[in-house]
Design a protein around this ligand. Structure first.
Ligand SMILES: [Zn+2]
Ligand SMILES: [Zn+2]
Length: 348
């Protein structure tokens, strides 16, 4: 049975390696595990809904009508920052093409020489100089590239991410070069929103108590909100404080955990301006970087189909085989190889 090649156009995101999920035709990019992200959405939306339903009407009448307006603006900002962090490319680095990978590995082998059998080959590292500091670039065995400085491979998303900070299950995405500032603004605004709701919940309880109102059942929801806000406060405000400290040093969570610039090996942080204000400006107001993935770019893909299924039959003569049904689930690199094999066989 001979094979027939059908060429179809596919978006590049459909063929990207790694463990990300895409929707809206590649516009939205997230990690595969999204359970905790839905919990984040539920907690934020649920707490705010209770606040708007049970506290705001009372506080707007008895205290100030600006209280619900400010809460609504803060809530919208929190949601915008959360979705911006969760749905964007954090700075994923493309993997090497098979030919590039072969070339890099040949270069490494040539540099290392022949390693006697039974001996461990030397680590695959390249040194670069940044601001008079020697920084090691490590080779990623999965992506087949020497990672740029500050990049790291996320085991959950299975991608190398530029200026990798950490993988955050709460936002359902990696936090890296392209979404760090939005992540920080999310934690900062969420801290403010939590403090705001917590404060006005307590004001509401106190005002009702002194008013000797008979609407006691409504304060039950207020107590629930106070409890949620109280536990959120510790974690979110603590996290914001930690990231403020990291930004003031121009350091990532990954570098802090690994102690990359702790002074051992006499390597100081080459990215720090030794000035808190300059570091904050660079991290929060520096240039934004375009995605290098080109997720919505179009590429041609040849898919082999058997001649029997491709030949028009009586039932398909009026309804030809739709190209979209010819889908291969193989990796693009394997696809190139299988294509070469199939074509080789066909030429004989
Ligand atoms: Zn990698
Ligand atoms: Zn990740």
């Amino acid at each position: 049975m001979s094979a027939v090649m059908i060429t179809r156009k596919v978006r590049k995101w459909e063929k990207l390696p790694g463990k990300n999920t895409f929707c809206c035709d590649g516009r939205v990019m997230m990690a595969r595990q999204k359970g905790v992200f839905y919990l984040t959405l539920f907690l934020i939306v649920g707490t705010c809904a209770l606040f708007f339903a049970f506290e705001c009407p009372y506080l707007a009448v008895h205290l100030s009508p600006t209280i619900p307006v400010f809460a609504a603006l803060l809530f919208l900002f929190v949601m915008a920052m959360l979705l911006r962090t969760s749905f964007s490319d954090p700075g994923v680095l493309p993997r090497a093409l098979p030919e590039e990978a072969t070339f890099i590995e040949m270069e490494i082998e040539a540099a290392n020489g022949n390693v006697p059998a039974g001996q461990r080959p030397p680590p695959r590292i390249r040194n670069v100089q940044i601001n008079n500091q020697i920084v090691k670039l490590k080779y990623c065995y999965t992506c087949k590239i020497f990672r740029p400085p500050r990049a790291s491979h996320c085991s959950i998303c299975d991608n190398c991410v530029d200026r990798f900070d950490h993988h955050c299950p709460w936002v359902g995405n990696c936090v890296g070069k392209r979404n760090y500032r939005y992540f920080y603004l999310f934690t900062l605004s969420l801290s403010l929103l939590t403090i705001y709701i917590f404060t006005f919940d307590i004001v509401h309880v106190v005002m009702r108590k002194y008013q000797l109102s008979n609407q006691r059942e409504q304060t039950g929801f207020t107590v629930l909100e106070v409890l949620v806000c109280f536990f959120t406060l510790w974690s979110v405000v603590g996290l914001t404080g930690f990231h403020t400290y990291l930004i003031s040093l121009n350091q990532t969570t990954n570098e802090d955990i690994k102690g990359s610039w702790s002074g051992k090996n006499r390597v100081q942080n080459p990215y720090s301006h030794k000035n808190i204000l300059k570091n904050c400006c660079e991290v929060l107001c520096g240039p934004t970087y375009p995605s290098v993935l080109d997720r919505r770019g179009v590429m041609q893909e040849d898919s082999p189909v058997s001649a029997a299924s491709a030949a028009p039959s009586s039932s398909s003569s009026t309804n030809p085989v739709p190209q979209t049904t010819v889908r291969t689930h193989t990796h693009i690199n394997l696809n190139i190889k299988s294509r070469a094999i199939t074509e080789g066989v066909g030429e004989k």
